[in-house]
Design a protein around this ligand. Sequence first.
Ligand SMILES: Nc1nc2c(ncn2[C@@H]2O[C@H](COP(=O)(O)OP(=O)(O)OP(=O)(O)O)[C@@H](O)[C@H]2O)c(=O)[nH]1
Ligand SMILES: [Mg+2]
Length: 299
Amino acid sequence: MNEEVQDFRSGYVAVIGRPNVGKSTLINALVGEKVSITSKKPQTTRDRIMGVLTTEGAQYIFVDTPGFQTKHTSQLLKHMNETVRRSLTDVDVIVLVIEATGWTGADEQVLGLLPKDSKNVILAINKTDEVKESEVILPLIAKSMEKFPFAEVVPISAEKDRQLKVLLSVIRKLLPEGEKLYEDDIYTDKSPRFLASEIIREKAFRLLGDELPYGVAVMIDKWEETDERASIYATLIVNRESHKGIVIGEKGSKLREISRLARQDISAMLGKPVYLEVWVRVRKGWGDDARVLKTLGYD
Ligand SMILES: Nc1nc2c(ncn2[C@@H]2O[C@H](COP(=O)(O)OP(=O)(O)OP(=O)(O)O)[C@@H](O)[C@H]2O)c(=O)[nH]1
Ligand SMILES: [Mg+2]
C-alpha cells in the first residue's frame, strides 16, 4: 500500500457554540459551498446539517448545529438543544466557537456540555477581524486554556477567510486514519428540496424585523424539475395573523423581494433557471405544535 493512502484521515467534526458566533459561516467557508444558512440574528440554524470537505489528505464531515439556547421557551428551542447534545456523541472532533470579544455566560454553558477530560476539543476564536488582534487575542487564548484543556486554540475569521487552513490542519491531526465515507463530489447530506426551503427562510430572516423571523418556517409544497428548469411552490408559515401582512409587505413588496433573492440562490444551487412561487399561511403557535414540527422535519 502506498504511504499517502495509509495516512488518509476521515471523520466527523461537530461545530458548536452559542447562537450567532458564526458556526454556519465557518462551515460554509471550510466546505466552499453554501450548506447552511446564516444571518445577523441568533437562532438561524434549527437543524443538524452536514457539510463535507474532501481534500488530498482527509475527509472532514462537519456537523453544523443550532446555537445552544440558554432559555427553553418552546418545543422548537428544546428540540434545537437536544440536537446540539446529540451531535456531541459519536464525533471525532469538536470545534467550540466563541467570538474574539471574549467569553460570555452563554459560551460557558456550552462549554459545560463537554466532558472535562475530552481531548478532542478545539477552540476557534472567531470574528478576529472585529478586534485588534495582538492586544485582545493573546490574553484571550491564555484565559481559555485555563478554562478547559483545549487540544488547540485557533483565532480565525470565518468571514474574511483568516487562519482557516490552520484550523483545518489542527482538526486533521485529531481525525482517525480511515477511508472516505462519502464520494468526492458530495458536500451535504441534505436534499436540494431542504436546501431550497432553508434559502427561503434565510431571506425571510434577513429581510424581516427583529421579532418576526423566529416564528417563520418554510414548507415546499411542490417541486417540478426537468433538465432545463425547476418550478418550486413553497409556503412561508407564520405564527400570527398580524405577521402575515408584515411578511407580505406593502403591495406584496416584501414577499416579492424574499422570493426574488431566494430564486437567485436556488437557481445558482441547481444550476438552472427557477420559477419560484411563495405563499404565506398562518399556523398559530406552530413552534409548539408537535405535528407541525414533525412535518417540517424537526422531530
Ligand atoms: N465580522 C465577522 N462577522 C462574522 C464572522 N463570521 C460570521 N460572522 C457574522 O455573524 C453572524 C452570524 O453568523 P452565523 O454563521 O449565522 O452564526 P451561527 O453561529 O451559525 O448562528 P445560529 O445558527 O443562530 O446559532 C452573521 O451576520 C455573519 O455574517 C467573522 O469572521 N467576522
Ligand atoms: Mg447557524
